[in-house]
Design a protein around this ligand. Sequence first.
Ligand code: NCD
Ligand code: ZN
Length: 345
Amino acid sequence: MTQSLVIRRPDDWHLHLRDGAMLDAVLPETARHFGRAIIMPNLVPPVVTGDQAAAYRDRILAALPEGMAFEPLMTLYLTESTDPADVAAAHASGLIKAVKLYPAGATTNSSSGVSHFDKVRPVLEKMAEIGLPLCVHGEVTDADIDIFDREAVFIDRVLDPIRKSTPGLRVVMEHITTANGVDYVKSNETDLGATITTHHLIINRNHILVGGIKPHYYCLPVAKREEHRLALVTAATSGDARFFLGTDSAPHTDANKEMACGCAGCFTATNTMSLLAEVFERADALDNLEGFASRNGPGFYRLPVNEDTITLTKGDAVTYPSKIDTDDGPVTVFDAGFPLHWRVD
Ligand code: NCD
Ligand code: ZN
Protein backbone atom coordinates (compact mmCIF):
# COMPACT_ATOMS: atom_id res chain seq x y z
CA MET A 1 0.00 0.00 0.00
CA THR A 2 1.38 3.40 -0.93
CA GLN A 3 1.35 5.88 1.86
CA SER A 4 1.93 9.52 1.21
CA LEU A 5 2.16 12.64 3.25
CA VAL A 6 1.73 16.17 1.93
CA ILE A 7 3.24 18.91 4.07
CA ARG A 8 3.98 22.58 3.63
CA ARG A 9 7.48 23.02 2.20
CA PRO A 10 9.93 22.76 5.11
CA ASP A 11 12.55 25.31 6.17
CA ASP A 12 15.90 24.75 7.86
CA TRP A 13 16.39 27.03 10.86
CA HIS A 14 20.14 26.35 11.22
CA LEU A 15 22.29 25.70 8.17
CA HIS A 16 25.94 26.03 7.16
CA LEU A 17 26.32 26.83 3.45
CA ARG A 18 29.99 27.91 3.57
CA ASP A 19 31.33 29.86 0.57
CA GLY A 20 33.01 29.40 -2.82
CA ALA A 21 33.20 25.85 -4.22
CA MET A 22 31.58 24.32 -1.15
CA LEU A 23 28.63 26.73 -1.37
CA ASP A 24 28.15 25.85 -5.04
CA ALA A 25 28.03 22.14 -4.21
CA VAL A 26 25.88 22.13 -1.07
CA LEU A 27 23.31 24.84 -1.84
CA PRO A 28 21.28 22.69 -4.30
CA GLU A 29 21.18 19.89 -1.70
CA THR A 30 19.19 22.19 0.60
CA ALA A 31 17.24 24.14 -2.04
CA ARG A 32 15.87 20.91 -3.54
CA HIS A 33 13.50 20.40 -0.58
CA PHE A 34 13.66 23.49 1.63
CA GLY A 35 12.12 26.89 1.02
CA ARG A 36 14.26 28.95 3.37
CA ALA A 37 17.10 28.54 5.82
CA ILE A 38 18.72 30.50 8.60
CA ILE A 39 22.28 30.84 7.30
CA MET A 40 25.05 30.49 9.84
CA PRO A 41 27.64 33.29 9.71
CA ASN A 42 30.75 31.34 10.79
CA LEU A 43 32.73 31.89 7.61
CA VAL A 44 36.42 32.75 7.67
CA PRO A 45 36.38 35.68 8.35
CA PRO A 46 32.92 35.66 9.97
CA VAL A 47 29.88 37.60 8.73
CA VAL A 48 29.88 40.38 11.32
CA THR A 49 28.39 43.48 9.71
CA GLY A 50 25.25 44.19 7.75
CA ASP A 51 27.37 44.91 4.66
CA GLN A 52 29.07 41.53 4.94
CA ALA A 53 25.70 39.79 5.33
CA ALA A 54 24.35 41.55 2.23
CA ALA A 55 27.39 40.49 0.22
CA TYR A 56 27.12 36.89 1.47
CA ARG A 57 23.42 36.84 0.61
CA ASP A 58 24.29 37.94 -2.93
CA ARG A 59 26.90 35.17 -3.26
CA ILE A 60 24.34 32.59 -2.11
CA LEU A 61 21.73 33.80 -4.60
CA ALA A 62 24.33 33.84 -7.38
CA ALA A 63 25.20 30.21 -6.58
CA LEU A 64 21.57 29.07 -6.77
CA PRO A 65 21.02 26.97 -9.90
CA GLU A 66 18.53 28.24 -12.49
CA GLY A 67 15.00 27.13 -11.76
CA MET A 68 15.50 26.57 -8.02
CA ALA A 69 13.75 28.81 -5.50
CA PHE A 70 15.33 29.37 -2.12
CA GLU A 71 15.41 32.25 0.34
CA PRO A 72 18.49 32.62 2.55
CA LEU A 73 17.63 34.19 5.92
CA MET A 74 20.77 35.96 6.97
CA THR A 75 22.35 36.25 10.42
CA LEU A 76 25.16 38.27 11.93
CA TYR A 77 27.98 36.78 13.97
CA LEU A 78 28.04 38.48 17.37
CA THR A 79 31.43 39.78 18.50
CA GLU A 80 32.43 41.89 21.46
CA SER A 81 32.72 44.88 19.14
CA THR A 82 29.40 44.45 17.29
CA ASP A 83 27.67 47.81 16.90
CA PRO A 84 24.03 47.78 18.10
CA ALA A 85 23.13 50.41 15.48
CA ASP A 86 24.47 48.24 12.63
CA VAL A 87 22.44 45.28 13.92
CA ALA A 88 19.31 47.40 14.18
CA ALA A 89 19.78 48.79 10.65
CA ALA A 90 20.33 45.31 9.16
CA HIS A 91 17.16 44.14 10.89
CA ALA A 92 15.11 47.19 9.88
CA SER A 93 16.03 46.72 6.22
CA GLY A 94 14.79 43.11 6.37
CA LEU A 95 18.27 41.74 5.63
CA ILE A 96 18.85 39.76 8.83
CA LYS A 97 16.53 37.53 10.80
CA ALA A 98 18.77 36.72 13.78
CA VAL A 99 22.12 37.28 15.45
CA LYS A 100 24.30 34.29 16.32
CA LEU A 101 26.13 33.97 19.62
CA TYR A 102 29.14 31.66 19.67
CA PRO A 103 31.03 31.45 22.94
CA ALA A 104 34.65 32.02 21.83
CA GLY A 105 36.28 28.71 20.98
CA ALA A 106 33.12 26.59 21.27
CA THR A 107 33.09 25.19 17.73
CA THR A 108 34.25 25.53 14.11
CA ASN A 109 35.34 29.11 13.31
CA SER A 110 34.24 30.56 16.63
CA SER A 111 37.44 32.31 17.66
CA SER A 112 35.84 35.73 17.11
CA GLY A 113 32.96 34.83 19.42
CA VAL A 114 32.13 36.16 22.85
CA SER A 115 34.29 35.67 25.96
CA HIS A 116 32.90 38.43 28.19
CA PHE A 117 29.13 38.46 27.99
CA ASP A 118 28.89 41.90 29.61
CA LYS A 119 30.52 43.37 26.50
CA VAL A 120 27.57 42.39 24.29
CA ARG A 121 24.92 43.68 26.69
CA PRO A 122 24.10 46.81 24.60
CA VAL A 123 23.53 44.64 21.51
CA LEU A 124 21.31 42.22 23.43
CA GLU A 125 19.29 45.09 24.86
CA LYS A 126 18.79 46.55 21.39
CA MET A 127 17.72 43.13 20.11
CA ALA A 128 15.18 42.73 22.91
CA GLU A 129 13.79 46.17 22.04
CA ILE A 130 13.38 45.40 18.32
CA GLY A 131 12.33 41.74 18.74
CA LEU A 132 15.31 40.30 16.85
CA PRO A 133 16.04 36.68 17.90
CA LEU A 134 19.40 35.59 19.31
CA CYS A 135 20.53 32.15 18.12
CA VAL A 136 22.75 30.60 20.75
CA HIS A 137 25.43 27.94 20.50
CA GLY A 138 24.87 26.76 24.05
CA GLU A 139 28.11 25.28 25.32
CA VAL A 140 30.60 26.61 27.85
CA THR A 141 34.21 26.34 26.81
CA ASP A 142 35.93 26.05 30.18
CA ALA A 143 38.68 23.43 30.02
CA ASP A 144 37.56 21.93 33.33
CA ILE A 145 34.00 21.23 32.15
CA ASP A 146 33.52 17.82 30.59
CA ILE A 147 32.48 18.05 26.93
CA PHE A 148 29.35 16.01 27.66
CA ASP A 149 28.27 18.50 30.36
CA ARG A 150 28.94 21.72 28.47
CA GLU A 151 25.37 22.32 27.33
CA ALA A 152 23.80 21.76 30.74
CA VAL A 153 26.38 24.02 32.43
CA PHE A 154 25.85 26.72 29.79
CA ILE A 155 22.14 26.84 30.57
CA ASP A 156 22.77 27.46 34.26
CA ARG A 157 25.80 29.70 34.08
CA VAL A 158 25.26 31.73 30.92
CA LEU A 159 21.88 31.40 29.25
CA ASP A 160 19.56 31.71 32.20
CA PRO A 161 21.41 34.78 33.59
CA ILE A 162 21.39 36.46 30.15
CA ARG A 163 17.67 35.86 29.74
CA LYS A 164 16.88 37.08 33.26
CA SER A 165 18.89 40.26 32.80
CA THR A 166 17.48 40.97 29.32
CA PRO A 167 13.70 40.73 29.55
CA GLY A 168 12.03 40.40 26.17
CA LEU A 169 15.11 38.95 24.45
CA ARG A 170 13.91 36.21 22.10
CA VAL A 171 16.30 33.25 22.13
CA VAL A 172 16.69 30.12 20.03
CA MET A 173 18.74 27.44 21.74
CA GLU A 174 20.42 25.96 18.70
CA HIS A 175 20.90 22.24 18.19
CA ILE A 176 19.95 21.10 21.68
CA THR A 177 21.41 17.72 22.58
CA THR A 178 20.24 17.06 26.13
CA ALA A 179 17.16 16.45 28.24
CA ASN A 180 18.36 19.51 30.19
CA GLY A 181 17.91 21.62 27.07
CA VAL A 182 14.45 20.20 26.43
CA ASP A 183 13.42 20.82 30.05
CA TYR A 184 14.75 24.37 30.02
CA VAL A 185 12.73 25.22 26.90
CA LYS A 186 9.62 23.63 28.35
CA SER A 187 9.94 25.55 31.61
CA ASN A 188 9.67 28.88 29.77
CA GLU A 189 6.40 30.00 28.27
CA THR A 190 7.61 32.79 26.01
CA ASP A 191 10.58 34.10 24.08
CA LEU A 192 12.39 30.76 23.98
CA GLY A 193 12.52 28.10 21.30
CA ALA A 194 14.99 25.41 20.28
CA THR A 195 16.19 23.81 17.11
CA ILE A 196 16.89 20.10 16.97
CA THR A 197 19.09 18.56 14.30
CA THR A 198 18.29 15.50 12.23
CA HIS A 199 21.38 13.62 13.36
CA HIS A 200 20.79 14.19 17.10
CA LEU A 201 17.43 12.44 16.68
CA ILE A 202 19.29 9.41 15.32
CA ILE A 203 22.69 8.97 16.96
CA ASN A 204 23.92 8.82 20.52
CA ARG A 205 27.53 8.85 21.67
CA ASN A 206 27.91 5.11 21.15
CA HIS A 207 27.47 5.63 17.43
CA ILE A 208 30.58 7.83 17.46
CA LEU A 209 32.79 5.66 19.62
CA VAL A 210 31.80 1.99 19.75
CA GLY A 211 33.62 -0.34 17.37
CA GLY A 212 36.05 2.32 16.14
CA ILE A 213 35.89 6.09 15.93
CA LYS A 214 33.41 7.40 13.33
CA PRO A 215 34.47 10.89 12.27
CA HIS A 216 31.32 11.47 10.21
CA TYR A 217 29.21 11.21 13.39
CA TYR A 218 31.34 13.76 15.22
CA CYS A 219 29.70 17.16 15.50
CA LEU A 220 29.30 19.88 18.09
CA PRO A 221 27.54 19.81 20.41
CA VAL A 222 28.64 16.18 20.55
CA ALA A 223 25.87 13.55 20.68
CA LYS A 224 25.11 12.48 24.25
CA ARG A 225 23.74 9.35 25.99
CA GLU A 226 20.74 7.47 24.64
CA GLU A 227 18.42 8.92 27.31
CA HIS A 228 19.13 12.38 25.91
CA ARG A 229 18.48 11.29 22.32
CA LEU A 230 15.14 9.88 23.48
CA ALA A 231 14.25 13.19 25.15
CA LEU A 232 15.01 14.98 21.87
CA VAL A 233 12.82 12.57 19.89
CA THR A 234 9.98 13.06 22.35
CA ALA A 235 10.29 16.85 22.12
CA ALA A 236 10.59 16.97 18.32
CA THR A 237 7.69 14.61 17.69
CA SER A 238 5.42 15.99 20.45
CA GLY A 239 3.84 18.79 18.45
CA ASP A 240 5.16 21.38 20.95
CA ALA A 241 5.64 24.48 18.78
CA ARG A 242 8.74 25.57 20.71
CA PHE A 243 10.79 22.84 18.99
CA PHE A 244 11.66 23.05 15.30
CA LEU A 245 14.06 21.72 12.71
CA GLY A 246 17.52 23.18 12.36
CA THR A 247 19.61 20.57 10.60
CA ASP A 248 22.97 22.14 11.43
CA SER A 249 24.04 20.48 8.19
CA ALA A 250 27.74 21.35 8.35
CA PRO A 251 29.78 20.18 5.37
CA HIS A 252 33.49 19.46 5.71
CA THR A 253 35.51 17.58 3.12
CA ASP A 254 36.35 13.97 3.92
CA ALA A 255 40.00 14.99 4.11
CA ASN A 256 39.16 17.43 6.90
CA LYS A 257 36.93 14.94 8.75
CA GLU A 258 39.13 11.84 8.47
CA MET A 259 42.30 13.09 10.09
CA ALA A 260 44.07 13.09 13.44
CA CYS A 261 42.16 16.24 14.48
CA GLY A 262 38.99 16.03 12.43
CA CYS A 263 36.44 18.82 12.02
CA ALA A 264 33.06 18.75 13.75
CA GLY A 265 29.93 18.61 11.62
CA CYS A 266 27.45 16.18 10.02
CA PHE A 267 26.23 16.80 6.49
CA THR A 268 22.49 16.04 6.38
CA ALA A 269 21.10 18.48 3.81
CA THR A 270 20.70 15.81 1.14
CA ASN A 271 18.58 13.25 2.98
CA THR A 272 17.10 15.07 5.98
CA MET A 273 13.44 14.81 5.01
CA SER A 274 13.69 11.05 4.40
CA LEU A 275 15.51 10.64 7.72
CA LEU A 276 12.95 12.70 9.62
CA ALA A 277 10.00 10.83 8.12
CA GLU A 278 11.55 7.59 9.34
CA VAL A 279 12.12 9.03 12.85
CA PHE A 280 8.60 10.44 13.08
CA GLU A 281 7.03 7.25 11.75
CA ARG A 282 8.88 5.15 14.34
CA ALA A 283 7.55 7.52 17.02
CA ASP A 284 4.05 7.11 15.58
CA ALA A 285 4.00 10.87 15.03
CA LEU A 286 3.98 11.44 11.27
CA ASP A 287 1.16 13.92 11.83
CA ASN A 288 3.58 16.16 13.71
CA LEU A 289 6.31 16.20 11.06
CA GLU A 290 4.79 19.23 9.34
CA GLY A 291 4.76 21.18 12.58
CA PHE A 292 8.39 20.39 13.32
CA ALA A 293 9.78 20.92 9.82
CA SER A 294 7.45 23.50 8.28
CA ARG A 295 5.29 25.39 10.80
CA ASN A 296 6.92 25.83 14.20
CA GLY A 297 10.00 27.63 12.88
CA PRO A 298 8.08 30.29 10.95
CA GLY A 299 5.86 30.62 14.02
CA PHE A 300 8.83 31.47 16.22
CA TYR A 301 10.43 33.77 13.65
CA ARG A 302 7.05 35.44 12.97
CA LEU A 303 7.20 34.63 9.27
CA PRO A 304 4.49 33.08 7.09
CA VAL A 305 4.66 29.35 6.40
CA ASN A 306 5.66 28.44 2.86
CA GLU A 307 2.82 28.55 0.34
CA ASP A 308 3.71 25.38 -1.54
CA THR A 309 3.99 21.78 -0.38
CA ILE A 310 6.18 18.72 -0.73
CA THR A 311 4.96 15.14 -0.91
CA LEU A 312 6.65 12.30 0.94
CA THR A 313 5.83 8.84 -0.37
CA LYS A 314 6.59 5.57 1.38
CA GLY A 315 7.78 2.68 -0.72
CA ASP A 316 10.82 0.53 -1.41
CA ALA A 317 14.05 1.63 0.20
CA VAL A 318 15.28 4.99 -1.10
CA THR A 319 18.97 5.55 -1.47
CA TYR A 320 20.99 8.73 -1.55
CA PRO A 321 24.55 9.16 -2.75
CA SER A 322 27.01 8.33 0.02
CA LYS A 323 29.07 11.41 -0.92
CA ILE A 324 28.61 14.57 -2.89
CA ASP A 325 31.42 15.95 -5.00
CA THR A 326 32.74 19.44 -4.50
CA ASP A 327 35.69 21.17 -6.11
CA ASP A 328 37.27 21.12 -2.64
CA GLY A 329 36.88 17.31 -2.41
CA PRO A 330 34.13 14.82 -1.51
CA VAL A 331 31.72 15.42 1.39
CA THR A 332 30.14 12.39 3.07
CA VAL A 333 26.36 12.40 3.40
CA PHE A 334 25.07 11.40 6.85
CA ASP A 335 24.35 7.66 7.03
CA ALA A 336 21.63 6.77 9.55
CA GLY A 337 22.63 3.12 9.58
CA PHE A 338 19.08 1.97 8.80
CA PRO A 339 17.11 1.83 5.56
CA LEU A 340 15.02 4.82 4.49
CA HIS A 341 11.60 4.33 2.92
CA TRP A 342 10.21 7.85 2.48
CA ARG A 343 10.99 9.58 -0.78
CA VAL A 344 10.47 13.27 -1.44
CA ASP A 345 8.64 13.71 -4.76
C1 NCD B 1 29.52 23.54 12.74
C2 NCD B 1 30.44 23.92 11.59
O1 NCD B 1 31.12 23.02 11.06
O2 NCD B 1 30.45 25.07 11.17
N1 NCD B 1 29.92 22.26 13.25
C3 NCD B 1 29.15 21.40 13.95
O3 NCD B 1 29.67 20.38 14.42
N2 NCD B 1 27.88 21.63 14.16
C4 NCD B 1 29.56 24.60 13.77
C5 NCD B 1 28.45 24.50 14.79
O4 NCD B 1 27.28 24.72 14.48
O5 NCD B 1 28.76 24.22 15.96
ZN1 ZN C 1 25.88 24.87 13.28
